[in-house]
Structures are given as structure tokens and as C-alpha cells.
Ligand binder design. Structure first.
Ligand SMILES: Nc1ncnc2c1ncn2[C@@H]1O[C@H](COP(=O)(O)OP(=O)(O)OP(=O)(O)O)[C@@H](O)[C@H]1O
Length: 246
């Protein structure tokens, strides 16, 4: 995935300015920065929720800058949001089955009842087993604890066979006892599914344990993108992000 010279101006406010970086296929990159730095806006521009004032977004060699959210999803871009986005009244299995049906180009309908051998159903069951929710398939999704909702969202993402995944604060609100399990599910996106992952996360221990590089945003500018050690040792990053050199 490549973004080049990506900028967003709203009214007189420069929200993001000339952001350029490349994430090679299969790499996990973390995105950090103080509140209001522009992390979610960057995800909105990459996923097509917002249109950049200037710049380009390239996925798998294809320029998708002028493509819609749906077209980018079809091109292999998946995303989770800061707030949970499961269908709360549906069962855990129904949530993933719908995602699998949509990715197969079938109707977003629950009136196709699950049958033995049905591809979307067996895919949903496999993925739920993989993320550790194999024993919760019949639960109402809205009743799951937050960490399991996050795992469910990842199973829904995987049902669409994404090549690039954007995760916006996946650990937000997750109970401390569920962090390790969810971390492993996120790791599997890259190790087992070969996904390219861009991840905003405030939980630094989790982030630094997962990512190969970290991008640091500050007031809409990209201060650095490098290995966690190099970024943490960077005096500009220390003074901007941590307040002062340490
Ligand atoms: N549609 C918009 N109109 C005007 N300003 C906006 C809009 N969207 C975002 N902003 C501003 O852009 C800046 C970046 O916001 P953004 O939500 O991307 O930051 P963030 O780094 O994700 O913050 P947080 O860590 O709090 O989620 C903020 O100052 C925000 O107020």
C-alpha cells in the first residue's frame, strides 16, 4: 500500500499535510500520535470515507484515490473502526456469514438459511474457530464482551479476503485479560493470512510487540516512520509525542 503527498484541508484548517509512505505487502505498521494528530483522518482518506485535497492512495499497484469505499473494499481493503461495528441483534455466526455472502457477491440477506456445505456458512464457522469464537457462534453478537466483539469484527474482515487491513484502536475498551488473545488474532492477520496491516493503537506495549515499523503523526504531519527502536530514540518524536526528550 502506498500513500503519496496525501493532504486534507477543511476550510482554513490543514488536517493532514503531504503524508507519504509505503507499506510492503504483508508488513504490519503502527500509527501513533497525540489526540487530534490525524490518525483516523488518515484512515478515512485511505479507505475512501473522505477525499484528499491532494495526493494518491495506491493499493496493490492500483490507484484507488478516486474510488468509492465499496470499490476499495472490492479491491481488497478492509477496516475496523474505533467503535464496534457488528450487527448486535444477529448471532455471531450470522454476522460472519453475511460478510462472507457479500464477499461472494451474494445478497446481504439472512433469508438464505444456513445449510450443511453452504460455502459462506462453512467459511464463517472456520473463521470463528480460528479467532477463538468457535464456542460462541449462536450467541447474540451484542452480548459479547468487547474483546470478543473485536475478534468477531476481525473474522468478518477475513471473510472478505482483504489484502490490506486498517485497524483503528482495536484494543480500546478491551479488558486486560482479553488483550493477549486479541493480540494473537491480530498477529495472525499477517502471519497466517499475509495481510498488510496498518494499525492505530494507543496501547504501546501491544503495538510495539506487533509491528515492524511505527509511523508518528503530529498536527497532521508525518514526523517519522521507522522501526520501534529508531522511532522511540528520535528526539523530534520524543519532544512532539512524549512531551520532551527522554
Ligand atoms: N470533518 C472534519 N471537519 C473539521 N475538522 C476535522 C474533521 N475531521 C477531523 N477534523 C480535525 O482533524 C484533526 C485530526 O482528527 P483525527 O480524528 O484524525 O485525529 P486522531 O489522531 O485520530 O485523534 P484521536 O486519537 O483522538 O482519535 C482534529 O483536530 C479534528 O478536530
Amino acid at each position: 500500500m502506498e500513500v503519496s503527498d496525501l493532504s486534507l484541508k477543511i476550510g482554513g484548517a490543514q488536517i493532514l499535510e503531504d503524508i507519504s509512505f509505503t507499506v510492503p505487502t504483508g508488513e504490519i505498521v503502527g500509527v501513533i500520535g497525540p489526540n487530534g494528530a490525524g490518525k483516523t483522518t488518515l484512515f478515512n482518506l485511505i479507505s475512501g470515507v473522505m477525499t484528499p485535497t491532494t495526493g494518491r492512495v495506491v493499493l496493490d499497484g492500483r490507484d484507488v484515490t478516486n474510488r468509492s469505499v465499496t470499490q476499495r473494499a472490492v479491491a481488497g481493503l478492509g477496516r475496523t473502526f474505533q467503535t464496534s461495528s457488528v450487527f448486535p441483534a444477529l448471532s455471531v455466526e450470522e454476522n460472519v456469514r453475511l460478510a462472507a455472502q457479500v464477499s461472494e457477491g451474494r445478497a446481504l440477506s439472512l433469508f438464505t438459511f444456513p445449510r450443511r456445505g453452504d460455502r459462506a456458512t462453512s467459511r464463517a464457522r472456520d473463521l470463528l474457530g480460528e479467532v477463538g469464537l468457535g464456542d460462541r457462534m449462536g450467541f447474540r453478537a451484542g452480548d459479547l464482551p468487547h474483546g470478543d466483539k473485536r475478534k468477531l469484527e476481525i473474522a468478518m474482515l477475513l471473510a472478505t479476503d482483504p489484502s490490506v487491513v486498517l485497524l483503528d484502536e482495536p484494543m480500546a475498551g478491551v479488558a486486560s485479560g482479553d488483550v493477549a488473545g486479541l493480540t494473537e488474532v491480530i498477529r495472525s492477520l499477517h502471519t497466517d493470512h499475509g495481510c498488510t496491516v496498518l494499525m492505530v493503537e494507543h496501547h504501546m506495549e501491544v503495538l510495539l510487540g506487533l509491528v515492524e515499523r511505527v509511523a508518528v503523526l503530529h498536527f497532521g504531519n508525518l514526523l517519522a516512520i521507522d522501526s520501534p527502536d529508531a522511532v522511540m530514540a528520535d528526539p523530534t518524536v520524543q519532544s512532539a509525542y512524549l512531551g520532551e526528550p527522554v
